[in-house]
Design a protein around this ligand. Structure first.
Ligand code: GLA
Length: 389
């Protein structure tokens, strides 16, 4: 479903549930990260793009004060959130992404109006495509529409990130919420996570496409491995005497190798290398040098698999198949994307080979893992938008 169809669909769901048409419709996209993995919380660079998959909300003011009612039109489940007092964590679990954003607005002194909301998402859940960031940014966008007060998109991304930290318990970096809030159609976003400066990198060449390959192995960041990686990076930075790994060079790391455990050394090697690869890959995209970009993607995957140890068998299988198809078959590069431990790969491919590559990856992946993959191409989409209101 494209965004227009999705908007019509969620509006119809709102009408069915609440008996009147919605006053506002807002959406925020999921993302795929082209390169720059596990670099955001090390003050490095990331290069994500918003995908044509969205969290979308239709809403109207509610007559009963003091609460927000949310109807999940896909799972047919409702949540009620009390906004007459500081918003706290609660049930159902998914409501916490929304609760966290409401709390963030309350902390900014915003008086939140009572609302009735119908909500849907086409971002695969647990697929490493930032379904939670899309939901957070979508909620923040709804509150902007409903209060008539816009907030700076960078502030909005930070507020959504805080919701993830405080209400979902994932100590994530800033990439996902940034791209969902600031994405621009036809562009990747090169984000310097230290200065928060952004550069829109055009990616609209008709000859190439980005394929998202969902292994359909659930990725779970709450399990503690993510926080563990973060701590290992902080430890490496401390030993190297730098504020963050952004400030360290490969040379410095080699010299200090004896002072840290082998694991911490490998974690730092990935991050330092990945920050460099991201800057080079962005340059490759500016120059439409697709084979070079592809090589950086493969190198990124190898480091995530061997040094950072956040890949899994299924993600590795997808990358192996992509390498076997190779340049001749239209694949420039492929890597796992997002936090890891399941979820998706992203592949840079020739546009005219999309159908053949999709077929081949699906068949080989099924044969080797017994699992059906879900594969789709996406153009770089726009960030959060108010569709009606
Ligand atoms: C998750 C986090 C991001 C980022 C990636 C890894 O998606 O939410 O902040 O750290 O993992 O690059």
């Amino acid at each position: 479903m494209n965004l227009k169809e999705l908007a019509a669909h969620v509006a119809a769901e709102f009408q069915k549930h609440y008996g009147r048409p919605p006053r506002w419709i807002v959406a925020a996209p999921g993302r795929v990260n082209v390169i720059g993995e596990h670099t955001d919380y090390n003050d490095g660079f990331v290069l994500p793009m918003a995908i044509e998959r969205y969290a979308i909300m239709a809403a109207d003011a509610a007559s009963a004060p003091g609460k927000i009612s949310i109807y999940d039109a896909h799972f047919k489940e409702s949540a009620t959130i009390d906004i007459s007092a500081p918003v706290t964590k609660g049930q159902p679990k998914w409501s916490n992404y929304i609760r966290g954003v409401l709390a963030g607005f309350q902390n900014r002194g915003v008086k939140i109006p009572a609302l009735e909301v119908a909500f849907m998402s086409t971002v695969p859940l647990g697929g490493g495509l930032s379904s939670s960031a899309a939901l957070e940014v979508c909620t923040a966008t709804l509150l902007e529409a409903a209060t008539g007060k816009t907030i700076d998109p960078v502030e909005k991304a930070l507020l959504a990130q805080k919701a993830e930290h405080d209400f979902a318990g994932v100590p994530c970096g800033i990439m996902d919420q940034f791209i969902s809030a600031l994405g621009r159609e036809g562009h990747l976003l090169l984000l310097d996570c230290r200065t928060r400066q952004t550069e829109l990198v055009p990616m609209s060449a008709p000859s190439v496409a980005l394929l998202v390959i969902n292994t359909n192995v659930k990725h779970e960041l709450g399990s503690g491995e993510y926080a563990k990686r973060r701590a290992e990076c902080e430890q490496a930075a401390k030993i190297l005497g730098v504020a963050s790994l952004r400030d360290a060079t490969a040379d410095q790391l080699e010299k200090a190798k004896g002072k840290m455990s082998e694991v911490v050394y490998r974690r730092a090697r990935h991050v330092i290398g990945e920050i460099e690869r991201t800057v080079h890959a962005a340059e490759g995209i500016r120059q439409s040098n697709w084979p070079t970009v592809g090589q950086f993607m493969y190198a990124s995957h190898a480091a995530l698999r061997d040094d950072y140890e956040v890949s899994c068998k299924e993600l590795d299988v997808v990358v192996e198949i992509a390498e076997e198809i190779g340049f001749r078959g239209g694949v420039y590069g492929c890597r796992m994307t997002g936090g890891g431990f399941g979820g998706c790969c992203v592949a840079l491919v020739k546009a005219d080979s999309v159908a053949a590559i999709t077929k081949k990856i699906a068949a080989d992946y099924k044969a080797r893992t017994g699992i059906e993959a879900a594969i789709f191409a996406s153009r770089p989409a726009a960030g959060a938008t108010i569709i009606k209101g």
